[in-house]
Ligand binder design. Sequence first.
Ligand code: ADP
Length: 349
Amino acid sequence: MIMFQKARIKLTAWYLLIIMVVSLTFSLIIYRVLASEVERFSRIQRFRIERNFSGISITPPPQFSDPDLVNETKQRIIVALMMINGSIMLFSGIFGYVLAGQTLKPIADMVDEQNRFISDASHELKTPLTSLKSAFEVFLRGKNQHISEAKILITESLAETNKLQSLSESLLSLTQYQKTHGGTFHETLALREIIQTAVKKISPLAKLKQVSIVRKETTSSIYGDKYSLIDLVVILLDNAVKYSPKKSSVTIRTQKTKSGISISVTDRGAGIAKKDLPHIFDRFYRADEARSQTGTHGYGLGLSIAKKIVSLHKGTITVQSAIGKGSTFTVQLPEKHPDILQAAFRKTG
Ligand code: ADP
């Protein structure tokens, strides 16, 4: 906040400096022009008066060509210009301060967001690291430990390390997608292939939970980045399987709609409470309901990555859910990239 205030004052000072340099330069020019005009006028006046009085042998009264009058007029011009410059300085100071605030606000918001991200991420990393560290310390302090105990510790630590690895991978992809285009390469793709690859990636987990994945697809193509679209479907399928009870089914449906292509993933899992629905796309948000019922572990990053991918593709993601009945996540994507659509429109139009 202090940094923002300092930057705001600095920017205001720069705005003020630029405006005052321009204003003072113009004032100087105006003064020069007006002063020379006053002198010219006074010279002409004196010349006329001297000509009029030359017939009569009296000297013209002093007030007709008083040099003090010229000086006084010059003084008045200076005072007027100083007052104008003072008002400009005051107004541009206030206006500049407001403008500097508005210019810096998006940058300040971005810095705030990044700081929050770093502190959230560090918090998430700290907990498993602390538990790993204390487990190792306790083991080292003990005497005559058996190899079987060491094996248990290593197995547990490995599970914790796997979680840490998946957290760091999620954090990496979130930051990657946060960049404007995230290094994505958009092309026309076969949707079927994307679903196929995503289902393949999820099938070990689905098999473990005996969850069947039902595919209801209408073949179509989609414009986008292959790897991010696969990531998107994997996230939705992974959640659907994770939050489903054993031996249930998850349906993935693709359809052509008026506005493009829709991909929806439906599960018969725990569902999401109404109070959680507005937040599930937020970073690190985890609703308790689903997790307590299924005993799953997550970092609350999947859906925020999904949202970033969808927005990179100029699409939308929505959710419908009922507690105890299940959830449906629907992604709407344009079939073609909006720029391509516009170009085609311009050609025909
Ligand atoms: P997580 O890694 O915790 O699954 P996500 O960002 O993918 O993180 O999801 C955020 C939260 O939304 C989850 O913690 C869970 O409570 C809820 N959620 C997401 N998908 C589902 C689903 N299919 N069924 C029930 N709850 C879900």
